[in-house]
Design a protein around this ligand. Structure first.
Ligand code: ZN
Length: 325
């Protein structure tokens, strides 16, 4: 779309139409999961906002559009997390406030794209609020977040919230067909597993070990649910051997267990691992649904622990030994 990748053409068309009609806000929150290409959609919107040909923005041919396309438009400013920090603090936002006081270089507007808005500190948001309360007429802020509820209500109330939902299967299918024609053989699985997030397709295909680890995880699934101590240690060993992939393994197990549950509930249509159905169906008759549900819950807890950098040995023990009911 206008030379930009966006998976949300309808939504972007509406936004662009409003810019052409002269209706725009000073602050937008673009909310949605990582992997939905929201940054690219934000760039497209910034191009439309800065284009000098208002009636057909982004025209693609004015100096502003050409620079926007090349990522060199001085009136489109990216605000990123400083490399050595875990949050976006007040300093980069103060710089933004100072910069916003200066008129655009050559475009109609000055657009600030704040990436990872989820990690803006409260202090940074309060600083931003100063500009949002009395914005210069040319300034537009686009704050990209995964979850807008982390933002202060005062920031939210001054912004237009645009939610980017996961995309339909048809768009995933088109994406894989055009970008990865050699991977079409596993499209049914990819479509189910990525749950409408195109970026997940990229990570899966770039990950050469993905399929072998997925299969190895399935082999260990029976052991994970077993009450035998030797099986439990085998699971622990497997996790120890694949320390860096623990989160991925846990995700595989969760998706397998959910599939098993789907078979048990006669909901085969919601099975994700469509290429492993024979084995999963067999397992669905072997394990009690109660055990499967406990397994899912324990793995979800283990995943949370892993996110908090809990010692992996403790984690693998928990996963391997505690699931049994
Ligand atoms: Zn233009």
């Amino acid at each position: 779309m206008y030379g930009y990748t966006t998976f949300h053409e309808g939504l972007m068309n509406n936004l662009i139409r409003s810019v052409r009609a002269g209706v725009s806000s000073h602050a937008y929150i673009f909310e949605g999961d990582a992997g939905l290409g929201i940054q690219s959609s934000a760039k497209l919107f910034a191009a439309a906002l800065t284009c000098v040909n208002k009636s057909n923005a982004p025209c693609g041919s004015c100096p502003s559009c050409i620079q926007a396309g090349a990522d060199t438009n001085p009136d489109i400013i990216y605000v990123e997390k400083p490399k050595d920090r875990k949050t976006i603090g007040v300093e980069p936002i103060r710089t933004v406030n100072d910069d916003a006081a200066v008129r655009p270089f050559s475009s109609a507007r000055k657009v600030y794209i704040i990436n990872e808005g989820d990690i803006l500190t409260a202090e940074a948001q309060n600083a931003l609020l100063k500009t949002l309360e009395e914005p210069p007429e040319y300034a537009v802020f686009i704050i990209i977040v995964e979850n807008s509820s982390v933002l202060l209500p005062t920031v939210l109330s001054r912004s237009v919230l645009i939610h980017f939902p996961p995309v339909p299967d048809s768009i995933i299918e088109k994406y894989v067909t055009e970008k990865y024609p050699d991977e079409l053989y596993r499209l049914p699985f990819l479509k189910k597993y990525c749950e409408g997030i195109p970026g997940m397709i990229d990570s899966i295909i770039a990950d050469e070990n993905f399929e072998s680890l997925r299969s190895a995880s399935l082999e260990k699934l029976s052991k994970l649910l077993s009450s035998d101590k030797i099986d439990a240690y085998a699971v622990q060993r497997f996790l120890d051997e694949n320390k860096d992939e623990a989160e991925k393994i846990i995700d595989f197990w969760i998706s397998y267990l959910r599939d098993i549950l789907a078979f048990q509930m006669y909901a085969e249509g919601s099975v994700i691992n469509v290429d492993k159905t024979d084995l999963l169906r067999t397992m669905s008759s072997k394990f009690e649904p109660k055990l499967v549900v406990t397994g899912i819950n324990e793995l979800l807890t283990a995943k949370k622990m892993l996110a908090r950098f809990v010692n992996l040995k403790a984690l693998s023990l928990r996963a391997a030994l505690k699931i049994r009911v």
